[in-house]
Write a protein that binds this ligand. Structure first.
Ligand code: PNS
Length: 171
């Protein structure tokens, strides 16, 4: 049987429980799943690529067929370079669909061999995004149930270093 390798690309700034849910689902249907962090994003990131990579590595250590990597340039070129067969993307709600369809079709135009596979994260995460996690946390809200513990810890260190470890998760 053909071993199917998929790439799950994204910014992951930071990783959320929604991403993690999708990684777990992907790890069950693909033989190998590479979570690939985009290196040269135009956005001003909160966490640098090394920090994002470390958080992803810690949070996904329990799945032996999941690997973390970074990439720059065109996603389809990276997929070919990795000898992968598919791109995995999550669709949380209808609002994601248009952007995701555009990307998938552009990637297909660039390389017709690269298939995009969409999966849905659990409904509980349908409203969750890295952007909202950062906004809520910066404004003093709790993200305890929205991100893995290693991400919450690093958010405190970076954004609210004055808060002691004891208080984490209590707000
Ligand atoms: O998590 P994000 O920010 O929605 O991920 C977007 C990502 C990284 C998947 C997308 O921006 C991407 O693939 N960038 C690489 C450059 C590229 O190939 N662009 C053309 C794809 S349409």
């Amino acid at each position: 049987m053909k071993q199917i390798k998929a790439i799950y690309p994204g910014s992951f700034d930071p990783l959320t429980n929604g991403h993690l849910d999708l990684i777990e689902r992907g790890s069950k249907i693909f033989h190998e799943l590479v979570v690939a962090i985009l290196r040269n994003s135009e956005k001003e990131p909160l966490f640098d690529v090394t920090e994002r990579r470390d958080m992803l590595a810690e949070a996904t250590a329990r799945w032996p067929n999941v690997r973390i990597d970074t990439f720059s340039g065109l996603l389809v070129d990276y997929v070919v370079h990795q000898k992968a067969h598919a791109v995995l993307r999550g669709i949380r709600a209808i609002s994601d669909y248009e952007y995701e369809l555009q990307m998938a079709l552009m990637n297909r135009k660039l390389n017709a061999q690269v298939e995009t596979v969409f999966m849905m994260p659990a409904e509980a995460y349908s409203y969750l995004s890295s952007r909202l996690v950062k906004e809520v946390f910066r404004l003093g809200g709790s993200v305890h149930e929205l991100v893995p513990p290693e991400v919450e810890k690093r958010l405190y260190k970076k954004v609210r270093p004055e808060i002691s470890v004891v208080k984490q998760g209590k707000r």
